[in-house]
Design a protein around this ligand. Structure first.
Ligand SMILES: Cc1cc2nc3c(=O)[nH]c(=O)nc-3n(C[C@H](O)[C@H](O)[C@H](O)COP(=O)(O)OP(=O)(O)OC[C@H]3O[C@@H](n4cnc5c(N)ncnc54)[C@H](O)[C@@H]3O)c2cc1C
Length: 385
């Protein structure tokens, strides 16, 4: 068993950490306060090749492995969790299903533009009446000659109105239940598409989240992703991988809060000494450092399993469940270490606390993660009898 990153992964980690410290972290507070989309960060990531980092070189990417990508989500999120989720959705929720299920023609048409950052990818599954219960979506796609006509309303879509390409899940055969769902590649600007007002969110405020409205949107049949009826499978397998990115985002957010709390504890004096000399504070810092490493190990293990083609659903769910809970708890502890100052926006630790919460919700809530884990462990136990 090896716990070392490869030389390539170490190099990528160093490069993305430097980029984050120099450019991404310094603007995060301002982006959050203004709820401003991080165009400058995305441009920078594109210029440096990160927007296509998991895409093959033949399609304009740099062909980095999944562990390296996971490290990048963590580091970027350490600086700015909003930029982290935009990066994650682009690579994992949009890029991955095209590479895995797409035709050669689809890959060549979309991936090179995604690799340069010319277009951003988005993923549209959730609807007002269908969150955890994804099979209850109502969006329909009806075949009409060499097109499908899409009608429906997606909600809470990250990047809605900003992305150039949407992976949209819709029913092509409602009677067939979840086996009647299909996935489509819908290009921004297709007549009939419109976007809701950006949601006013608690955290990740610099990322846009909005409805995606589809009214008689004619999508060419060549934009069907995978086969008719494979939409549910595509959505679930895409989210399986996506969860590793969200676990990494949680680790990144927790690290940012921990580093601020540690440095503050060394500087802040009460009763004539730095508060870091009080055992209560030392123990909080020790718990934070330990839990962050535990979450990081679970996350890297899930990423490694995915990268090597092994089964990873349960491990991805465990990583997300643990890392998101850890991030919510320890960002709050980091604020506690700051005392009243932590409650002030100026110290930025409250931003980490607000940003952390979403990691327990999107790409499957913590309750859904427990359903995934328990189904698997009970199946494994049953198979052994
Ligand atoms: C900021 C943000 C960005 C998002 N981005 C995207 C995106 O890009 N694309 C996309 O498609 N979606 C996106 N989502 C949607 C997100 O994935 C859903 O919000 C999430 O899956 C939960 O669905 P819901 O909000 O409808 O909650 P519900 O499913 O209604 O759940 C409500 C509560 O009930 C619990 N619950 C539900 N079912 C069960 C059960 N069987 N057992 C136990 N507990 C249960 C849940 O865990 C939760 O606590 C985003 C959401 C947010 C807030």
């Amino acid at each position: 068993m090896r716990f070392e990153l490869t030389e390539d992964q170490k190099e990528i980690k160093k490069a993305i950490a430097e980029l984050t410290d120099r450019y991404i972290a310094p603007v995060a507070d301002e982006l959050d306060k203004e709820s401003r989309y991080p165009e400058e960060n995305l441009k920078l990531l594109a210029q440096q090749g990160y927007m296509g980092m998991t895409f093959p070189e033949t399609l304009g990417g740099i062909g980095a492995d999944f562990v390296a990508y996971t490290i990048c989500v963590e580091e970027i999120s350490r600086g700015c969790a909003s930029t982290g989720v935009i990066f994650e959705v682009h690579q994992s929720l949009a890029g991955w299903p095209i590479l895995y299920y797409g035709t050669e023609e689809q890959k060549h048409r979309f991936i090179p533009k995604m690799a340069t950052g010319e277009i951003l990818g988005a993923f549209a599954l959730t609807e007002p009446g269908a969150g955890s219960d994804a099979a209850s979506i109502r969006t329909q796609a009806v075949k009409d000659g060499d097109h499908y006509v899409l009608n429906g309303r997606k909600c809470f879509i990250s990047g809605s109105g900003k992305a150039g390409l949407y992976v949209v899940i819709a029913y092509t055969d409602k009677e067939a239940g979840s086996r009647g769902m299909s996935a489509f590649l819908v290009e921004a600007g297709t007549p009939g598409m419109s976007y809701g007002k950006p949601e006013d969110k608690m955290g990740i405020r610099a990322s846009t989240t909005a409805d995606l409205i589809l009214e008689d949107v004619r999508v060419p049949a060549k934009n069907l992703l995978g086969k008719e009826g494979e939409g549910f499978k595509i959505a679930l397998s895409t989210l399986d991988g996506g969860r590793i990115g969200i676990a990494a985002q949680a680790v990144g957010i927790a690290r940012a809060a921990y580093e601020k709390a540690r440095d503050y504890a060394l500087k802040r004096e009460q009763f004539g000494k730095p508060i870091a000399s009080f055992q209560a504070i030392q123990w909080m810092l020790a718990d934070m450092a330990t839990d962050i490493e535990a979450a990081q190990l679970l996350t890297y293990r899930a990423a490694y399993l995915k990268q090597t083609g092994a089964r990873f659903s349960k491990e991805a769910a465990m990583a997300k469940l643990f890392a998101s809970r850890m991030a919510v708890h320890h960002t709050s502890q980091a604020l506690q270490i700051h005392g009243g100052y932590g409650y002030m926006r100026e110290y930025q630790v409250e931003r980490h606390m607000r940003d952390a919460k979403i990691t327990e919700i999107y790409e499957g809530t913590s309750e859904v993660m427990r359903l995934v884990i328990s189904a698997q462990i009970l199946k494994e136990a049953g198979a052994g009898r």
